[in-house]
Design a protein around this ligand. Structure first.
Ligand code: HPA
Length: 283
């Protein structure tokens, strides 16, 4: 698997310097980071409406730009209840043809910009018992079934250790905060294991039965590589899935991206309220 030399430490810091330059404002010490998945951009709109500033991914050197329809691509810096936040509105996926190390490049840039706590969000198919489209799920753990890992290749110790621990990747402390905030909002929160697959085809019903046997509750095509890179960097993660559809073979209808987008739009406000409620608690 010898490919081109992956983007390294110098690229990450060049990108971070360009972001700081473009934002034309001094960066806060430790912004809370957020990766917003497809159709979950309302948090960014809120932060922009409160005076936040945005930089398009295309203006940041080395930054990967998504080709998926419905995925905006910009970084947004602002505040929520006076807490500094740095949002990624949109991400790239391994299935777009980006290498796993390119997929996690933005997470490394967030870290270079001071992020030490990160909320990762995604749209996912639901296979947990009693799950329904429109549910929100707190990610307790993941299964990386992509067959790939962003840390493959020579390890750069400036990012982290060769063999990073993953036993508390979605930290118990932040999960408790999420439950407290959801309860205070009267929001029911599912919880479970997110299985990350390569995509872009949706799963077969047989694959969904396999995932159930493996202990998965939600399935999607993102997140796991970012969380591996975050753990490598020592960044604490809180993960949230928007269950946009029931998984293949459970759903009575065929899966389609339109259903995913429709459900994400339907729950976007509740989802955003949860994230906006969480952000000040992660400072
Ligand atoms: N499978 C994989 N990824 C997804 C799904 C799904 O059912 N829904 C949204 N993203």
């Amino acid at each position: 698997m010898q490919g081109p030399e992956p983007l390294g430490y110098a690229h990450v810091h060049a990108a971070a310097a360009a972001v700081a330059d473009r934002l034309r404002t001094s960066l806060p010490a430790a912004p809370v980071g957020v990766v917003l998945g497809s159709g979950l951009g309302a948090v960014a709109d809120h932060v922009l409406a409160q005076g936040g500033r945005a930089v398009d991914y295309g203006a940041i050197p080395h930054f990967p730009v998504s080709s998926v329809e419905g995925h905006k691509g910009r970084l947004v810096l602002g505040t929520v209840d006076d807490v500094p936040v740095l949002l990624m509105q949109g991400r790239v996926h391994r299935y777009e043809g980006y290498s796993a190390s390119s997929v996690v490049f933005p997470v490394r840039v967030l870290h270079a910009l001071g992020v030490r706590r990160l909320i990762v969000t995604n749209a996912a198919g639901g296979l947990g018992e009693g799950f329904a489209a429109g549910d929100l799920m707190l990610i307790e753990d993941h299964l990386n079934l992509t067959g790939d890992n962003p840390l493959c290749g020579k390890n750069d110790a400036r990012f982290g250790a060769r063999f990073p621990d993953m036993s508390d990747a979605y930290t118990a402390r932040l999960r408790q905060v999420a439950f407290d905030v959801a309860a205070a909002q009267g929001l029911a929160l599912q919880r479970g294991v997110y299985a990350g697959l390569l995509g872009p085809s949706y799963e077969t019903p047989a694959e969904i039965r396999m995932l159930r046997t493996l202990g998965a509750h939600a399935v999607g095509m993102s997140t796991v590589h970012e969380v591996i890179a975050a753990s490598h960097l020592g960044v604490e993660v809180l993960g949230l899935s928007c269950i946009t559809n029931l998984a293949a073979g459970i759903s009575p209808v065929k899966l389609c991206h339109d259903e995913v987008k429709e459900t994400a739009t339907r729950v976007e406000q509740a989802f955003s309220r949860l994230v906006l409620g969480l952000l000040p608690r992660l400072a």
